[in-house]
Design a binder for this molecule. Structure first.
Ligand code: SAM
Ligand code: DTB
Ligand code: SF4
Length: 324
């Protein structure tokens, strides 16, 4: 429907919010069928990109993101911890590689990157993880162009910075920074030649319309984010969204399918919240074009799907980890 036939450098015609909303409202199996067709045109349908996360600096974050266990504004029982040592990070990265991860993603609960000792240590982590033969990704909050260039120089492949929800819903979820701040950081990462990992969360009390806004914004990025994580809210006690009613699993399938159709070449990652999904629902997401997951026991602070069950699920579905 909106799938653009074009070369890598051509600018995609950005779909409007209404168009995306209509896409999300299509009969579920029509939407999945179309997404599967697009997926098979651009990707090996058996390959699943596998990333593993590590929280390198946990908790005590100055931001008030309503879903987040690590915000200092909410009492969630997460003990703030200082930045990990380079050696601890490397040990985790080696383990991730052994587990079959192709990309190692390091997350810090920071509002923004500050130049100084800690940033120098993160640069060192990136450099050393890269030497292990893993793709590298970090998510460190707001970033300047200069900082992005230093990360690129250290061997960083991806910067993760999510738009999280539609522009109209954003202020209801976060008050300490703006949607435009998020776009600026994505621009800074791109200016340094970093690949971008950018997606959002389903289940923040947003309407389908707001979800369409998010997807339209992602699809308007040029080029499209190389990775698009679709998270579903992991409800965390003590956060304002702790009691948010869970969205129906079909809404996650719709978001994945729409992301696939709108961003045909991107990796679409079925991200946080996968542990709470049935195997059948995950299978439909893979059919609808999800081709990336987080592996390992933990995300940042939340538990992930169980590795042994994941391995079995991939086997049952005839999927295999993608070689970078
Ligand atoms: N502080 C940085 C930032 O906000 O970009 C990096 C870390 S932050 C935890 C990274 C992303 O994790 C958020 O943008 C959000 O999409 C996701 N996330 C955090 N808590 C979540 C939750 N409870 N459920 C689902 N996704 C969550
Ligand atoms: C993303 O989109 N999801 C990951 C990663 N990017 C950094 C984080 C998920 C966090 C889930 C909640 C937690 O572990 O605290
Ligand atoms: Fe801080 Fe990121 Fe959590 Fe927001 S999502 S509170 S910026 S760690």
């Amino acid at each position: 429907m909106f799938e653009a036939k074009m070369t890598k450098t051509e600018k995609a015609p950005a779909p409007g919010v209404e168009e995306v909303e209509r896409l999300l409202e299509r009969p579920l199996l029509d939407l999945v069928f179309e997404a599967a067709r697009v997926h098979r045109e651009h990707h090996d349908p058996r390959a699943v990109q596998c990333s593993q996360l590590l929280s390198i600096k946990t908790g005590g974050c100055s931001e008030d993101c309503g879903y987040c266990a690590q915000s200092a504004h909410h009492e969630t029982g997460i003990e703030p911890e200082p930045l990990l040592d380079v050696d601890e990070v490397l040990a985790a990265a080696r383990q991730a590689k052994e587990n079959g991860a192709a990309r190692f993603c390091m997350g810090a609960a920071w509002r923004k990157v500050r130049d100084g000792k800690d940033f120098d240590l993160v640069l060192k982590m990136v450099e050393e993880v890269k030497k292990l033969g893993l793709e590298t990704c970090v998510t460190l909050g707001k970033l300047s162009r200069e900082q992005a260039a230093r990360l690129r120089g250290a061997g960083l492949d991806f910067y993760n910075h999510n738009l999280d929800t539609g522009r109209s819903h954003y202020q209801k979820i976060v008050s300490t920074h703006t949607f435009d701040d998020r776009l600026e950081t994505i621009d800074a990462a791109r200016s340094a030649g970093l690949h971008v990992c950018c997606g959002g969360i389903v289940g923040l009390g947003e309407t389908r319309r707001a979800r369409a806004e998010l997807l339209a914004e992602l699809a308007a990025l040029h080029p499209h984010p190389e990775s698009v994580p679709i998270n579903s809210l992991v409800p965390v006690a003590g956060t304002p969204l702790a009691d948010e009613p869970p969205v129906d699993w079909t809404e996650v399938v719709r978001a994945v399918a729409a992301a696939r159709i709108l961003m045909p070449r991107s990796h679409v990652r079925l991200s946080a919240g996968r542990a709470a999904m049935t195997e059948e629902a995950q299978a439909l997401c893979f059919l609808a074009g999800a081709n990336s997951i987080f592996i390992g026991d933990e995300l940042l602070t939340a538990r992930n799907a169980e590795p042994r069950r994941d391995a079995l699920l991939l086997e049952k579905l005839g999927l295999r980890p993608e070689q970078p």
